[in-house]
Design a protein around this ligand. Structure first.
Ligand code: SAM
Ligand code: SF4
Ligand code: SF4
Length: 336
């Protein structure tokens, strides 16, 4: 197939698939419990894309040039039978890489099945080692030991693991160095994520962002770091390595140094809407086309048309004003 590029010449290379909008955490920066309370209405089961529908969509995206898939949520491990989906996705021609982003609470239960299904890469979210800080941030009082234990278990099984830490001013800044030390010693990549204004519910402001520059300065007071070249066009993290042992650290600088010009990511929500930006207001209803019996050619044409007209560059243009006023989809719905 011809290469499909958007209005700024960006190809589509990655597809992030949210498999559920539900989560066992209530992270303050993602699903604050005041909003996602007991009466919050999540998507009913019949609205979720089935595994067959997800696999068909991924197959079509692969024809358009997608090589990498990432499964996310909500908490993807809450979706029943997830290893079966991974088995189906790994058979698609052209897909070179499948990753899963998880809070790892249920990983102990599913790691073996996931590994047997062919999954090798995990991004695990952990915002602090301090039980009080982590318990407050995850909104459920969950102890970090559960996550740390499952990280060790998955590492021993042979998974390649990256740990993601969202940093918020006045909340977990003091955990930056302890987290760096912990994962450096264990030979695992830790990535610092700048707090983003995803959705409209997380009370975001520039003042609450700890920038890459600030984090880097803090790390430099403890460690000697050197830059690592990007592996491919559109790599999200800026990478460095510790000079003494070569372990990497990364920064996802969506706020202070945006990277829209190389953004090659499409996103599929759990109810089958296609989004071309994490900060979009609306998505394209792919499920409706799939369920109305459209052929692969018709679906391909529809996806191509959406991508070809894409002009997203939200982070390049972000202001305090746009962050507050623009209606944006929730992170737990689209999956990051
Ligand atoms: N539940 C899974 C997890 O937490 O790993 C997967 C979904 S979660 C939405 C995906 C990633 O988005 C996590 O690493 C999370 O920390 C990150 N995230 C959520 N809200 C964010 C925000 N406001 N700013 C930056 N990162 C955020
Ligand atoms: Fe759940 Fe992940 Fe959002 Fe936390 S960041 S509330 S674990 S979806
Ligand atoms: Fe891509 Fe939108 Fe993020 Fe820019 S703001 S990098 S276009 S998802």
């Amino acid at each position: 197939m011809d290469k499909v590029v958007d209005k700024f010449g960006r190809p589509v290379r990655d597809l992030r698939i949210s498999v559920t909008d539900r989560c066992n955490f209530r992270c303050t920066y993602c699903m604050p419990k005041e909003i996602f309370g007991n009466d919050y209405v999540f998507l009913p089961r019949e609205e979720l894309l089935t595994f067959e529908e997800i696999t068909r969509s991924a197959y079509l995206f692969a024809l358009l040039g997608v090589e990498k898939l990432r499964l996310t949520g909500g908490e993807p491990l809450l979706r029943r039978g997830l290893p079966n989906l991974i088995k189906q996705l790994s058979k698609i021609n052209g897909i070179k890489d499948i990753g899963l982003t998880t809070n790892a609470v249920l990983l102990g239960q599913y790691a073996e099945e996931l590994y047997d299904a062919g999954l090798r890469r995990l991004n695990i979210s952990l915002d602090a080692l301090d039980p009080f800080v982590f318990g407050e941030m995850n909104g459920r009082g969950t102890n970090p030991q559960i996550v740390l234990k499952n990280i060790e278990l998955a590492k021993e099984m042979g998974f390649q693991i990256k740990v993601n830490m969202v940093v918020q001013k006045g909340v977990n800044e003091h955990e930056i160095v302890p987290m760096a030390m912990h994962f450096k010693e264990r030979g695992m990549t830790l990535r610092f994520i700048e707090f983003m204004d995803v959705g409209n519910d997380n009370a975001w402001s520039f003042k609450k962002v700890v920038t890459k520059k600030e984090i880097f300065t803090l790390l430099q007071s403890e460690f000697e770091l050197e830059p690592v070249d990007a592996d491919y066009f559109g790599e999200v993290a800026q990478r460095y390595r510790y000079k003494d042992n070569g372990v990497e650290v990364g920064f996802i600088t969506s706020v202070s140094e945006s990277f829209c010009s190389s953004c090659t990511r499409a996103r599929l929500s759990s109810d089958g809407k296609l989004y071309t930006c994490l900060f979009a207001s609306d998505g394209f209803d792919l499920r409706e086309l799939i369920r109305s019996g459209k052929s692969d050619e018709q679906l391909l044409k529809a996806i191509t048309d959406v991508w070809k007209t894409r002009t997203d560059r939200y982070s390049d243009e972000r202001t305090e004003e746009t962050a507050k006023k623009r209606k944006k989809i929730n992170m737990s719905y689209i999956g990051g």
